[in-house]
Ligand binder design. Structure first.
Ligand code: CMP
Length: 139
């Protein structure tokens, strides 16, 4: 059954380019409510743990280095059909393939520096939200 929450990160490229405001505006205007939000930075170890599901991929080392290279914004978002609707809002992983008007089309530089993360399933949305936020912060 679809839940009404997803998890996102605004990645180091977008934070470094001062795109936080623009991205949050698009998220709000698309009808998502921000449940929890945190400005923080991942250590290499934490980034490795967060992306452990990709540990066998050739780009894993690059991904971990990149995601620990600067500050990020982590957030839990709420909306009906949140996971699928948020993936539509952010567009394809590779920004050259992302549709016009999507967050990655507007703000992303490359497949690694692709501005935002969005959970790919309800199960992962819950796991990823729990990674960053305590039970008290997920009210
Ligand atoms: P995201 O969906 O947030 O989570 C996995 C990330 O791995 C993905 O975004 C991309 O940023 C990154 N990624 C996927 N494919 C590649 C690739 N071929 N090279 C580098 N990074 C990649």
């Amino acid at each position: 059954m679809a839940t009404n929450r997803t998890f996102t990160m605004i990645k180091p490229d977008a934070v470094g380019n001062n795109y936080i405001g623009g991205i949050l505006k698009m998220i709000n205007e698309a009808g998502f409510r921000i449940v929890s939000m945190k400005y923080t930075r991942l250590s290499k170890e934490s980034a490795g743990e967060f992306y452990a599901v990709h540990s066998a991929r050739p780009f894993y080392g690059e991904l971990v280095d990149y995601m620990s290279s600067g500050s990020i914004v982590a957030a839990i978002l709420e909306k009906e059909n949140a996971v699928a609707d948020f993936r539509n809002l952010i567009g394809a992983t590779d920004p050259t393939k992302a549709e016009e008007g999507t967050i990655r089309k507007i703000y992303a530089k490359s497949i690694a520096a692709n501005a935002v993360h969005g959970s790919d399933s309800d199960e992962n949305a819950a796991i990823e939200g729990d990674f960053f936020f305590s039970k008290l912060e997920r009210f």
